[in-house]
Design a protein around this ligand. Structure first.
Ligand SMILES: Cc1cc2nc3c(=O)[nH]c(=O)nc-3n(C[C@H](O)[C@H](O)[C@H](O)COP(=O)(O)OP(=O)(O)OC[C@H]3O[C@@H](n4cnc5c(N)ncnc54)[C@H](O)[C@@H]3O)c2cc1C
Length: 385
């Protein structure tokens, strides 16, 4: 049947991506999990294939592709079965680069976007601080203009790609409010420490300290004082891409479970003949189909230029819960093997715990949805204004 949302070109892109991940990613996931980092060479390889620059304008080396390509990329990131790999790539492309694309000057685009497209520079986004996570207006990091430079002081925490990456897009307090400033992570006065995590272990997560860091004033993104609005806008795409990866992860968990229960026997027959397990599979397959359909529809509306804040929040909220539920149920079908490191379902179980936390917690998603549904609050696009 002809797809409502994807063309033949989209599907060709999906198969080249699947081939690439099969050859260059899945065989190395366990190694990267142990090392606590994704090998840097993957960024360059993905850059060469154009996978890091789908929506970037062609004049900056990008593909100039529509958002349905991103939808495919993020779903397939999830289908690699590694939340850590998906987080690493998403933090670069959909957290850091997203700001460069929408708010970056030609100078910023040449200096940071072009090497990011090629996978030569790795980006991160620094919003969260030790005393400000959900409440982003409470950030304390300051950027004081001194001649041609901003002097940055403060600290950030839980920053994906912050330890091994090259630059960070940081939310800082300037004279006119919160502003987004690009900071080189090898600059004098930056120190970083790596955080140890429960899951997504191959994704590097760092605490950053800025001590009198001198940053050229040209590194300001967009207008001074507009940073909070840029964050609110960019978070929509971040949340939608997280939902897309969640859908991919659920499908991966279901696929490996279907395989396992067809091979494992108990009481003289394969366990996929046990009605209780069959019904659970039926429930899971139905939930995935329903949320995937809503996700594709929302992605398509965004591709058509609609502002879909409510739907992005709903998708982030519900797919984060669902991926946890599905991975738990699938793990149960593996019996003791589901608790063993050598089975990917165990790793995914650890990975998915973070989904209702990062990119905005589930409680914050409910706040946004309630404001729209009950108080009739409306959100206007920022970048297009
Ligand atoms: C692995 C990982 C990677 C991350 N990557 C990044 C990154 O790359 N860049 C970045 O900037 N951040 C990143 N984060 C940070 C993440 O976005 C924050 O942890 C998250 O937004 C929550 O902030 P917090 O941890 O300060 O919790 P808090 O804001 O302190 O919240 C604590 C609890 O209170 C609840 N709560 C807070 N306010 C409300 C409210 N108004 N109503 C109801 N409940 C509320 C929360 O939902 C939560 O349950 C990452 C986090 C993790 C764990």
């Amino acid at each position: 049947m002809k797809s409502l949302f994807f063309t033949e070109e989209h599907e060709l892109f999906r198969s080249s991506l699947q081939d690439f991940f099969k050859a260059e990613v899945t065989p190395y996931i366990n190694e990267w999990e142990k090392a606590g980092k994704v090998d840097r060479s993957v960024f360059r390889k993905m850059g060469e294939m154009g996978f890091l620059s789908l929506e970037v304008e062609e004049k900056y080396g990008g593909m100039g592709a529509d958002f349905m390509y991103t939808t495919i990329l993020c779903e397939e990131l999830g289908r690699t079965g590694s939340g850590g790999f998906a987080t690493t790539i998403s933090a670069h492309s959909y957290l850091a680069m997203n700001y460069l694309v929408h708010a970056g000057s030609p100078f910023i685009k040449e200096k940071y976007l072009v090497p990011s497209v090629m996978g030569e520079k790795i980006g991160s986004l620094s919003m969260t601080e030790p005393f400000a996570g959900s409440d982003l207006r409470a950030i304390r990091t300051t950027a004081k203009l001194d001649g041609d430079y901003y002097i940055i002081d403060g600290s950030k925490t839980f920053i994906s790609n912050g330890y091994y990456g090259d630059y960070t897009v940081a939310a800082c307090k300037t004279a006119s409010g919160i502003s987004m400033i690009v900071i080189d992570l090898d600059a004098a006065g930056v120190s970083r420490s790596k955080l140890d995590k429960v899951g997504i272990r191959c994704s590097d997560t760092a605490e950053l300290a800025f001590n009198g860091v001198k940053v050229p004033k040209e590194n300001l993104l967009g207008e001074e004082g507009k940073g909070f609005y840029y964050m609110m806008e960019s978070l929509q795409v971040e949340r939608l891409t997280l939902a897309q990866s969640n859908i991919g992860l659920m499908q991966y968990a279901l696929d490996i479970t279907l395989q396992y229960i067809s091979e494992r026997s108990a009481f003289g027959k394969p366990i996929n003949k046990l009605q209780v397990l069959r019904h659970r599979i039926a429930d899971m397959a139905t939930d995935i189909a329903a949320w995937k359909s809503f996700m594709n529809h929302t992605s398509y509306r965004l591709t058509q230029g609609e502002h879909v804040v409510k739907e992005c929040s709903m998708l982030k909220l519900k797919t984060s819960d669902l991926v946890n539920k599905i991975v738990y149920e699938c793990g149960q079908m593996f019996g003791g093997y589901g608790f063993m490191e050598e089975y990917p379902i165990g790793r995914i179980y650890r990975d998915v715990r973070v989904m209702p936390i990062y990119g905005g917690t589930s409680e914050i998603m409910k706040e946004i949805i309630a404001k729209i549904v009950i108080d009739k609050k409306s959100y206007k696009p920022v970048y297009k204004a």
